[in-house]
Design a protein around this ligand. Structure first.
Ligand SMILES: [Zn+2]
Ligand SMILES: [Zn+2]
Length: 152
């Protein structure tokens, strides 16, 4: 650990206004946090993205520091406005989608624990240029934007 985690039980650690995601899972339970990409000293989230039409695929690293939006392409060229399908790099399972994003993309979900419920999850838009993202943890809802993750 790089700094003490006051909220170990809740899978996040909070330091002032930042929340760091320390574990998140694909629908088959693979941890997507990887030391292959480090953001601000924290292990990043690695997902596989595919463009079925162009038959392109590659790995993308997402910052685990919530509020610090950063996506880094590891081996593909990410078009700013492209919509990518997102997969687990381990088992190739498509990540679940939660809802449509207002930009026309879809909110893709990574689970925060192995119950695989939408109550504890991170959601982010699969259009690369879109900043919509949110973390839902029990009754706590943290959003980066006006997006509402709760049931309508
Ligand atoms: Zn997996
Ligand atoms: Zn979007």
């Amino acid at each position: 650990m790089l700094f003490p985690n006051p909220l170990r039980q809740s899978k996040f650690c909070k330091s002032e206004n930042v929340i760091v995601v320390q574990q998140c899972y694909c629908p088959n339970g693979h941890n997507l946090i990887s030391s292959k990409a480090i953001f601000n000293g924290f292990d990043g989230i690695i997902i596989k993205v595919k463009d079925e039409e162009k038959k392109e695929e590659g790995l993308v690293a997402l910052s685990p520091v919530y509020g610090y939006k950063s996506r880094v392409s590891l081996d593909i060229d990410l078009g700013q406005d492209m919509i990518w399908q997102m997969y687990c790099p381990e088992c190739d399972e498509p990540l679940a989608t939660y809802t449509d994003c207002s930009c026309g993309g879809q909110m893709v979900v990574m689970f925060l624990d192995n119950k695989f419920e939408f109550t504890n999850c991170i959601a982010l838009c699969n259009r690369i240029g879109c900043q919509n993202a949110g973390i839902k943890y029990g009754n706590e809802l943290l959003t980066c934007s006006s997006l509402e993750l709760g049931p309508k």
